[in-house]
Design a protein around this ligand. Structure first.
Ligand SMILES: Nc1ncnc2c1ncn2[C@@H]1O[C@H](COP(=O)(O)OP(=O)(O)OP(=O)(O)O)[C@@H](O)[C@H]1O
Length: 422
């Protein structure tokens, strides 16, 4: 027989053992659950800061630490990002790869037919040839075919497509589709019928009014604002220049070539720099650190191109420095198309904003949202002025017609008086 004391000891021991068992079960169960949720979350959210990239066009890298300083120009902002714009497109995707972004995959044959066997050439860039294509739906698009000597691998190309497909804004040249077929890599973009800003500014036969130029500056600032502050993850363009600003049928400007790996500049040696001379932030050249403020610098140069129609490769910077000496200094370097055809005060205000973008200390340059607010301010001040003037002129004509009416009344009274006296 077990006495009562032993029974108590046995019960307590069983209780303690059960307690330990339950505690262990809860502890390991929670750990297992947390791990499972973490894994499934990671699987659903591909880390875009760990994108394998093309490096210098010389090879590929899948090293994640290297990708953090990569030319796939994403960066993490200290501020929480604004909500990303939805794609608004509702295409069915045939391979499911880019279904998140709503971009289409085309076959080589489809593109071949749409470009009339690659005969419809729009231009040539550092990535390869750009063709005009008419899709079976009737939609006109631009197809960028990567040069066969491009060292970009298929995997890296698809990663870039995935990144690009996430970026949609009315002031960006949106990616509509892609093609990886028969060893060819192609990107399908919306078609911009008025070509590049560079062509419009430097072709003697083309004309750009001051209003169009001001609107182009507003449009570019909105496109860059989306890349810097709206897109998730944020994107640094790294090659803003007038050749990368394209215009649609209604002369609205869109930023192109964003998010693509940029080729390293070759100037007789491996500089390690990416971008285009003339637009390149001097602070980046000395530090090799590319930031959003380097894009702001390039944008400042584009604004001065809009004002002067002087190409950065034709000593634009010297003219800018000269103009910086006085508030009205910009009057002397104005594009001759604009002389007598623009509001000089607005030109001076825009030049003042551009000077700030070119500040030699990147920290002192404004953010893109400040720049776009300031440019919009120029347009708004004009609207307010026009409103005030039209209000004043309406009041003036009302007063004139009142005087006219009173004169008629007066002359009829005088005539009546004359008749009575007569
Ligand atoms: N979406 C488009 N719609 C119409 N024309 C385009 C489009 N994209 C490019 N083009 C034209 O094709 C030409 C080559 O463009 P691409 O973007 O490849 O090179 P780039 O910007 O001129 O130079 P780089 O590649 O050195 O930046 C340009 O003249 C441009 O006008």
């Amino acid at each position: 027989m077990v006495d009562q004391g032993d029974l108590v000891v046995i019960c307590v021991s069983i209780g303690v053992a059960l307690g330990i068992l339950i505690a262990c079960l809860v502890y390991f169960g929670t750990r297992w659950y947390n791990k499972r949720t973490h894994l499934s979350r990671s699987a659903n959210e591909p880390s875009l800061t760990a994108i394998p990239i093309r490096t210098n066009g010389l090879g590929t890298s899948t090293d994640f630490s290297a990708s953090l300083t990569s030319s796939v120009a994403t960066y993490k902002s200290p501020n929480p990002p604004k909500k990303s714009h939805p794609t608004g497109r509702n295409h069915q995707n045939r391979d499911g790869f880019a279904s998140v972004s709503g971009i289409l995959k085309y076959s080589y044959k489809e593109i071949q037919k749409a470009t009339q066997n690659f005969t419809n050439i729009l231009g040539e860039g550092s990535f390869g040839t750009v063709y005009k294509a008419v899709m079976p739906t009737g939609e006109v698009v631009a197809v960028k075919m990567l040069a066969p000597n491009s060292k970009q691998g298929e995997k890296e190309f698809l990663t870039e497509v995935l990144l690009l497909g996430r970026l949609h804004h009315r002031n960006l040249v949106n990616l509509l589709g892609y093609c990886v077929d028969k060893g060819q890599l192609m990107l399908v973009y919306e078609f911009m019928s008025n070509g590049s800003l560079e062509n419009l500014l430097y072709d003697e036969e083309k004309e750009l009014s001051w209003d169009e130029r001001l609107q182009i500056a507003v449009d570019i600032s909105h496109g860059v604002e989306y890349l810097h502050e709206g897109a998730v993850p944020h994107v640094v363009h790294r090659d803003l220049k007038s050749a990368n600003i394209l215009l649609d049928h209604s002369m609205r400007a869109k930023v192109s070539d964003f998010g693509l790996s940029k080729e390293e500049i070759f100037d007789g040696r491996n500089s390690g720099l990416k971008g285009t001379y003339g637009y390149m932030d001097p602070a980046y050249i000395t530090s090799s650190k590319f930031t959003v403020k380097s894009d702001i610098y390039s944008f400042g140069i584009i604004i001065f191109e809009l004002i002067t129609a002087i190409h950065p490769h034709q000593n634009l910077m010297e003219y800018i420095n000269l103009a910086a000496m006085d508030y009205d200094g910009v009057d002397g370097i104005l594009d001759k198309q604009l002389v007598g055809n623009c509001n000089v005060e607005e030109v001076r205000q825009l030049a003042k904003i551009a000077h700030k973008c070119l500040h030699k200390s990147p920290r002192k340059r404004p953010s893109i949202s400040d720049v776009s607010q300031a440019i919009l301010g120029i347009k708004q001040r004009r609207l307010i002025k026009e409103d005030t003037m039209s209000f004043a002129s309406t009041n003036f004509s009302r007063s004139v017609s009142q005087i006219d009416e009173q004169q008629v009344e007066l002359s009829s009274i005088i005539t009546m008086n004359h008749r009575e006296i007569g």
